[in-house]
Design a protein around this ligand. Structure first.
Ligand code: SIN
Ligand code: CO
Length: 400
């Protein structure tokens, strides 16, 4: 990538503002947004995307469609560069996940979606498709903004809420057995198609094209409950075992009586009440910022002393944030005095007056000395910056 891209501001179609979009479309119905990123110029050449797909920690797939047989094949990366030389002239797509984390200079595009909470964003997936390629008609569980980055793609969507969602059996891909298009559009660079979860869609490239998908995460209740209740069991459930309280023999030795049921249940569920709002926030913040295994940061070994980190910042003028760094913060709950920063699964508890610094760190891709210098006299602030640096969230400008 030659120069750092400056992405256009996101524009909703005429007559629609952010509030209107959230009230009428978000999570509800599809919206075609012509020239939502006006003048968008693709900064990512196809060979650079292919190069990324050859790197060991990058999640990439090639999807081949043997159109005449209606057969689909999925190959998983990392790929050997020679793989790309022997692909057919049409009917294949390369999909690369988490491009925002691998190429943070492209990850800044996600700031254009700041009208939604950051924790909801999953990743920027980039696909390169040859002429007539697609990943088949399918339904996603997540909201997605499909940005046409280069070339043209024809999107068809189904709007019938009763449409059958049966999948072609025995495929690694989730492809609908039947698909009926109710609307279709040809997208050009800068156009965006927003789709809420559950809308059948099918995008076919007309000539080679690149699509950037900004995908949102919506954790399943069961997934959340699974993890939170495991914490409750681990940390808040009483130690020890059942002990009989009764002094009289049971009315019927074979009966599991009401009193036993009630006291067992009360003891097990007492852990839920024992967990404070701060405990819940600590668990959720860590859970949401926990990276995938291939996206873990590389800590500095051995860690630098705090004074060295701060003097390096003073010398360099800024630190670059690693694309894999996920930061969220919470305010003190219930009138408490502690705020928290969640950083790739770690929790840092900090005095509430540091909130503006936490917001700054979590919202910026660069840590500028000029912006943080008023904080450096505060020991909690400089300790935090050093800890984040040593954990790999930041690097010196020339290093990466
Ligand atoms: C693609 O980019 O080829 C597929 C995106 C999608 O349908 O979700
Ligand atoms: Co999709």
């Amino acid at each position: 990538m030659s120069a750092l891209p400056e992405f256009p501001r996101l524009q909703f179609p005429d007559g629609l503002d952010t509030e209107g979009f959230l009230a009428r479309y978000w999570q509800r119905r599809p919206l075609l947004m012509r020239q939502a990123l006006p003048g968008f110029e693709n900064p990512l050449p196809a060979d650079e995307l292919a190069g990324l797909a050859c790197e060991p920690d990058v999640e990439a797939r090639i999807i081949l469609e043997r159109a005449e047989q209606g057969q689909w094949q999925v190959q998983h990366g990392p790929f050997d560069a020679r793989r790309f030389a022997v692909l057919p002239p049409s009917h294949w797509t390369l999909l690369v996940q988490d491009v925002d984390k691998q190429l943070p200079e492209l990850g800044v595009l996600l700031d254009r979606f700041d009208f939604l909470p950051r924790w909801r964003i999953d990743d920027l997936m980039v696909s390169y498709a040859e002429d007539q390629s697609s990943v088949g008609p399918h339904v996603d569980d997540y909201d997605v903004f499909l940005i046409q980055a280069e070339g043209h793609r024809r999107w068809r969507i189904g709007l019938d809420p009763e449409a059958p969602l049966e999948l072609i059996p025995d495929l690694e891909l989730r492809i609908l057995k039947q698909f009926q298009a109710d609307q279709e559009w040809l997208l050009a660079p800068g156009d965006i198609l927003y789709l809420p979860p559950g809308v059948p869609h099918w995008g076919v490239a007309e000539g080679p094209c690149q699509t950037w998908s900004v995908g949102f995460r919506a954790p399943a209740w069961r997934e959340l409950a699974d993890d939170w209740l495991a914490q409750i069991a681990d940390r808040f459930t009483p130690q020890g075992r059942w002990r009989d309280q009764r002094s009289a023999p049971p009315a019927d030795a074979a009966e599991l009586d009401q009193q036993t049921l009630l006291s067992l249940r009360a003891a097990i569920e007492s852990g839920v009440a024992r967990a404070a709002p701060d405990d819940f926030a600590a668990w959720l913040g860590s859970w949401l910022t926990e990276p995938k295994l291939n996206l873990e940061l590389v800590p500095y070994e051995p860690p630098w002393p705090e004074a060295q980190v701060i003097s390096s910042l003073q010398e360099a003028g800024h630190f670059e944030r690693d694309g894999r760094s996920r930061l969220l913060f919470t305010r003190p709950t219930d009138g408490g005095k502690q705020a928290a920063l969640f950083a790739n699964g770690q929790q840092y508890r900090l005095p509430a007056p540091l909130l503006p610094l936490l917001s700054y760190l979590a919202n910026h891709h660069r840590l500028e000395l000029d912006d943080v210098s008023p904080w450096l006299a505060n020991p909690s602030a400089s300790r935090l910056i050093a800890a984040l640096f040593n954990a790999g969230h930041y690097a010196m400008p020339a290093e990466r």
